[in-house]
Write a protein that binds this ligand. Structure first.
Ligand SMILES: Nc1ncnc2c1ncn2[C@@H]1O[C@H](COP(=O)(O)OP(=O)(O)OP(=O)(O)O)[C@@H](O)[C@H]1O
Ligand SMILES: [Mg+2]
Length: 230
């Protein structure tokens, strides 16, 4: 049975596909077997996986989208360790199911008033309706695109989403409400190179800040899965 890590957010351009690719490749670096499902008609994740196929790196196995009635069984029967799922911003039956059945749902957002306001819509339309089916359903939110010097605004954004029913800040269990992904060019250029930042380490310079962020993101996601299934 595969664990599913689903990236979701109704607002576009918040970093779902980028994080899906970075986390998938970070998990592969640890030796895990990883497949991916791309629900988005824009197929960004499939595109990144295609670029990767042109390199010597281990390919990301793109999986077919199962029919809604087959989804749960498909995941249960999968021999893979993880399935990383990228969703489009729109609401559709199988995507909703993937979100509902996920081992962890990661929701990237910006630490701006507009984005936090938008998170309320996401919470009302999606999270609350899934909580009617299962009252423990919740999603993990994480700030992406944080300004390199932003400090307090991240914590404030984290506290704000943490206060919404069914929404938690990723890593908040351990009291860390300062974790975020910063706005870094390398998140984009690494996709163009078909590799995740954890695979781009320059041995002479040691780990880059981006590598540390993605390793931490992946660690917090795995902790979250353990916490839920524990
Ligand atoms: N932390 C970051 N720093 C810099 N650029 C980023 C970061 N995260 C994402 N990007 C860039 O921002 C753009 C949007 O990201 P991405 O496509 O991952 O968002 P998305 O939520 O999947 O969007 P969509 O809703 O269209 O599917 C991409 O060009 C990506 O490379
Ligand atoms: Mg996308």
């Amino acid at each position: 049975m595969a664990q599913t890590i689903v990236f979701a957010q109704s607002k576009g351009g918040t970093g779902k596909s980028t994080m899906a690719f970075q986390v998938a490749t970070a998990l592969m670096s640890t030796g895990a077997t990883v497949g991916a499902i791309d629900f988005d008609v824009q197929a960004s994740l499939a595109l990144f996986a295609g670029i990767r196929e042109q390199t010597e790196a281990e390919p990301i196995e793109m999986l077919e989208i199962p029919r809604p009635e087959d989804y749960e069984e498909y995941v249960k029967r999968s021999p893979l360790d993880y399935i990383v799922v990228d969703t489009g911003g729109y609401d559709e039956e199988t995507q909703r199911l993937a979100i509902f059945l996920a081992d962890v749902v990661v929701v990237p957002f910006r630490d701006s008033m507009a984005d936090i306001g938008g998170m309320m819509g996401f919470q009302e339309n999606l999270v609350m309706s899934l909580r009617e089916k299962w009252n423990e359903f919740e999603v993990c939110c994480v700030v992406n695109f944080a300004h390199i010097f932003a400090g307090k605004s991240i914590e404030e954004a984290a506290i704000e989403v943490d206060s919404m029913e069914g929404m938690r800040y990723l890593g908040g269990v351990n009291g860390d409400k300062t974790f975020c992904l910063r706005d870094r060019k390398i998140y984009k250029t690494s996709l163009d190179a078909g590799k995740g930042v954890t695979e781009l380490q320059n041995k002479d310079e040691g780990k880059t800040a981006a590598t540390e962020e993605i390793e931490r993101l992946t660690f917090l996601i795995l902790e979250e899965i353990k916490r839920r299934n524990g």
